[in-house]
Ligand binder design. Structure first.
Ligand code: NAP
Length: 411
């Protein structure tokens, strides 16, 4: 069966991987420019398609029939060629968003929900939220009556859905709204899945508001699409399995800890075992400055070094699937935590003070190291989602790190 994804820019698409996990390794990417869309749709070169930005509406005119969801939402993300050769347009994003909402497990009956953005994903979210019994579904649009300047009118909103691309890779670190304006939120959903934690989701987490990214929605819409393609039911549990697999594959594994605690050795082993790229933050800084870190600090001061380090962590932190070893002092700046957490899991490599290198001096004389250790310990613990004691052979400790990483990425 000839299947694939139709869109304009597909370089970062997760869809071939998801459909391979669903048992369809032949799933292709059809990157088509707007002026070539008509030729592509008439070509008959596919049996079934998924459709993404910017064609979810444009393909409707090529469909001989639409499902109720596709008609109700006004957008098609799945097309199946029927036996008579005509195209049936469907929308499985709705099932995907329904699944995402169900996982959040918030009672929405009679409550106000805000949906940011007025594009295709917004229409899907509105459709499902109305179906879920929300009292009011308000669309916040840059040019609408309800907009970002008068968001305070909706301080009673209980659910916030981001259906804009604001905060999406590579333009990470920005949020479409300030959550202080919406004090009654019981849930925040961001349809973006790269990075795993957008600025909006980090802000929601910091306030203790239940929240989720769009990865489950992506997996669930694909499962539903694969069912349409093959006419065969696929167990719902597959979507959760795919979410976990993609989460583990795409999140960065980040090691923090004192100088000499074993981050570089362990990082190299972990990267080799997984086929991931290993990035050493200090080495990346040296690449940028062209001089060794101690020389840079001597010449420019620690403040300039920390600013440079944050810039490098921002760059590395938004990438996917890396093993990253950080400099021992990266915890000195609180902002580095979110730069690393936006698309990664931070693991503290703990090593007893007596085992840390002391440049040949007896530990009793290197009191600065002891002071640093005591000052940084609570910061490492604040940054990290797991702590692993490096007191065994590197391969054994690496295995413990993997276990902790997968336990967290599965959540
Ligand atoms: P779209 O049709 O282009 O609509 C996006 C909407 O966002 C626009 O209509 C616009 O609404 C608003 N917007 C665009 N740029 C903005 C900016 N700079 N600042 C504020 N608002 C902006 O895209 P879409 O297909 O709806 O997708 C939206 C997001 O959902 C994307 O990030 C996409 O990756 C994600 N998505 C995820 C899944 C999933 O399975 N997880 C599925 C579909 C989409 P206004 O002009 O009204 O402000």
């Amino acid at each position: 069966m000839r299947t694939g994804l139709l869109g304009e820019h597909l370089a970062h698409s997760f869809s071939p991987r998801i459909h391979a996990l669903l048992g369809n390794p032949g799933y292709k990417l059809f990157e088509v420019a707007p002026e070539a869309l008509d030729t592509f749709m008439q070509s008959g070169c596919f049996d079934a398609l998924n459709v993404t930005i910017p064609y979810k509406r444009a393909v409707i005119s090529y469909c001989a029939a639409l499902t109720n969801a596709a008609r109700g939402i006004g957008s098609v993300n799945t097309i199946v060629r029927r036996a008579d050769g005509m195209l049936l347009g469907d929308n499985t994003d709705a099932a995907g968003f329904r699944g995402m909402l169900a996982r959040l497990n918030v009672d929405l009956a009679g409550k106000k929900a805000l949906v940011l953005g007025s594009g295709g994903a917004s229409r899907t979210a509105q459709y499902v939220l109305r179906e879920a019994g929300c009292g009011e579904v308000i669309v916040i649009s840059r040019s609408g009556e309800n907009n970002y300047a008068n968001l305070y009118l909706h301080a009673d909103a209980r659910l916030l859905v981001n259906a804009t691309p604001v905060g999406m890779y590579p333009n990470c670190g920005v949020s479409p709204v300030n959550l202080d304006v919406l004090p009654q939120l019981e849930g925040v959903l961001d349809l973006i899945y790269n990075p795993a934690r957008t600025r909006l989701l980090l802000d929601a987490e910091a306030r203790g508001i239940p929240c989720a990214n769009g990865l489950f929605m992506l997996a669930e819409q694909a499962r539903k699409a694969a069912e349409r393609f093959t006419g065969t039911e696929i167990d719902l549990a597959r979507s959760e399995e795919i979410r976990k697999t993609l989460s583990a594959e795409t999140l960065n594994l980040i090691l923090i800890g004192m100088p000499g605690c074993g981050k570089s050795t362990l990082g190299a082993i972990l990267a080799e075992q997984s086929g991931r790229r290993f990035a050493d933050a200090d080495a990346e800084i040296e690449k940028k400055t062209g001089i060794p870190v101690p020389d840079f600090i001597r010449a420019n001061g620690e403040g300039a070094f920390r600013a440079m380090e944050s810039a490098v962590l921002a760059e590395l932190g938004r990438e996917s699937g890396l093993v990253i070893a950080t400099g021992g002092g990266c915890v000195a700046r609180a902002e580095n935590r979110d730069l690393l957490r936006q698309n990664g899991i931070i693991i503290f490599v703990q090593r007893d003070l007596s085992l840390l290198p002391t440049d040949g001096r007896p530990l009793s004389q290197s009191s600065r190291l002891g002071d640093l250790y005591r000052a940084r310990l609570p910061l490492y613990r604040e940054f990290a989602e797991a702590e692993i004691l490096n007191d065994a052979a590197p391969e054994i400790v690496a295995a413990q790190i993997w276990e902790a990483f997968h336990e967290i990425s599965d959540r």
